[in-house]
Design a protein around this ligand. Structure first.
Ligand SMILES: Cc1cc2nc3c(=O)[nH]c(=O)nc-3n(C[C@H](O)[C@H](O)[C@H](O)COP(=O)(O)OP(=O)(O)OC[C@H]3O[C@@H](n4cnc5c(N)ncnc54)[C@H](O)[C@@H]3O)c2cc1C
Length: 465
């Protein structure tokens, strides 16, 4: 669904208004309904290309509010979709929202750090940026993704790839406990010792099992990190891409990097030397001493990049290295996982990146600890494969949605000979078979979904069948 259908039709769904009114009487101003002044703002996700039209948007401020929202929604016969930021709104929209209350966790943010235990308690809607702000003064950091305004719950409970990942694995393995409101309206804690089946399921099953009101996560002992980016004009893409592919074949697990071709639009917000240009970029982190990290990067630095920002930086600065858009953006993405990157796959990368209709063609180097299942992990604790290929096309106007989606898909299809049967749940947009992301866990996850949510009340960007 896109912004092309922007007319509000509160009476177009028979029965919807009565259910919405039941929510209003139970929840008052904690729920926003069609026709309310704040409706369009409340239903707007981070991905502005997605025109969300749920029955209502609830905005709880406490765990107790969440309990009341879940009870009121189920009593009204409605489904529930937890949402913290709407980065994955495209995937959620595919589940259909006509009978659904979106539970926005945007007002449930906050982080408490225990520097001795090296853990943080993170409220359900908190962003990675909130965690980094709270941990920096303790010389600690977190396994955040490349964008600081993604939520900890949404990212880590679906896997979570960070620039620490080849050394430390997926972010989901950092989750020690969650407090979650389940389909029966109960607020329960799940950890290795309490409700272990739910704890197993939610680490991968995420919002399909309930609304998470807080998480306890392990932190990483880094006050600073050797990180940055190397940038060349896209004319250098063939030699840079071949060099990066060869370099990643032997790069140590301490190095987690990405290779991208960015086709930047001519925007006044961009610095003049980048605006309207196509560039090739390698960025990431090397978890070694300065000298050792410099030695690891030497073959890439030898290609004389136009910009080289790799240096020791405060760990909280790592979140800015990838230059993800700092504000809500209309876009569509596709991805696939590859086991190898032979010359023909590098050629496919170059062909995809040469299409200026694609904003970004990216290869993330995975493997290492990312591919190793955790000893006491949940439904998802590892991601097989060595590379993740990821494409992003912008949707500047709603009419561009179909073309952008086709472009992003076609670029991933160029890598088809090297696709493996694996997908990263956090990178899923619409149009893919989500079960592939769960692999062998899909069966048990489905059984636990029927046990914990027999009425299939919860819908999620990464649904569990
Ligand atoms: C610019 C950009 C950069 C990204 N970079 C990375 C990256 O480096 N690494 C990576 O792994 N991923 C990355 N992602 C993907 C991102 O991690 C996923 O889209 C993630 O699911 C977003 O979580 P969210 O809560 O912010 O989004 P939302 O759309 O709000 O949530 C997505 C899903 O998470 C679940 N969820 C969220 N909050 C809760 C909660 N409190 N309780 C229960 N369920 C909840 C729900 O099932 C929901 O459907 C990126 C995405 C974008 C757009």
């Amino acid at each position: 669904m896109t912004l092309s259908d922007t007319t509000i039709h509160p009476t177009a769904r028979p029965g919807a208004d009565a259910r919405a009114e039941r929510l209003r009487s139970a929840l008052g101003s904690r729920v926003v309904l069609p026709g309310d002044a704040e409706w369009d703002l409340a239903r707007m996700p981070w991905n502005l290309a997605v025109d969300q039209r749920p029955v209502a948007v609830a905005r709880p401020e406490t765990a107790e509010d969440v309990v009341e929202v879940v009870r009121a929604a189920t009593a009204a016969g409605l489904r529930i979709a937890p949402q913290s930021t709407g980065h994955a709104a495209g995937a959620l929209a595919e589940t259909g929202l006509a009978d659904t209350v979106i539970v926005s966790l945007a007002r449930l943010r906050g982080v408490t750090v225990d520097p001795v235990a090296r853990t943080a308690r993170v409220l359900g809607g908190s962003h990675w940026n909130d965690v980094l702000e709270a941990t920096a003064s303790h010389g600690l950091t977190a396994p955040h993704g490349s964008a600081g305004d993604v939520s900890v719950a949404g990212c880590s409970l679906s896997g979570g790839l960070s620039f620490y990942a080849r050394t430390h694995g997926l972010a989901v393995n950092f989750v020690r406990a969650v407090e979650v409101v389940t389909a029966d309206g109960a607020l329960v804690r799940a950890s290795a010792d309490e409700n272990p089946d739910l704890f197993w399921a939610i680490r991968g099953g995420s919002g399909a099992f309930g609304v998470v009101v807080s998480l306890e996560i392990d932190l990483l002992p880094y006050a600073d990190v050797f990180a940055g980016m190397l940038l060349w004009d896209a004319a250098r893409a063939p030699e840079v891409a071949r060099a990066w592919a060869a370099w990643t074949a032997t790069a140590p697990e301490s190095a987690t990097t990405t290779l991208r071709i960015l086709n930047l639009p001519p925007l006044p917000e961009l610095p003049p030397f980048l605006s309207g240009r196509s560039v090739v970029v390698v960025d990431g982190a090397v978890l070694k001493t300065d000298d050792a990290a410099a030695a690891v990067l030497a073959p890439l630095r030898g290609l004389a990049p136009e910009i080289d920002t790799f240096a020791r930086i405060p760990a909280a600065g790592l979140v800015a290295v990838h230059m993800d858009p700092p504000q809500p953006t209309p876009a569509v993405t596709q991805h696939a996982v590859l086991d190898e990157l032979p010359d023909d796959a590098v050629a496919a990368f170059l062909r995809a990146g040469a299409n200026r209709d694609l904003f970004m063609t990216e290869l993330r180097h995975i493997g290492g600890a990312v591919a190793r299942p955790a000893a006491h992990g949940g439904a998802v604790s590892a991601l097989r494969g060595q590379y993740l290929c990821h494409t992003v096309a912008m949707i500047p106007v709603p009419e561009a949605a179909a073309g952008a989606t086709a472009t992003a898909r076609a670029a991933v299809t160029l890598f088809a000979p090297w696709h493996i049967d694996a997908l990263a749940l956090t990178f899923m947009d619409g149009g893919v078979d989500r079960r592939i992301g769960y692999g062998e866990a899909a069966g048990r996850l489905g059984e636990l979904k029927r046990r914990f949510d027999p009425g299939a009340v919860f819908s999620a960007a990464q649904p569990v069948g």
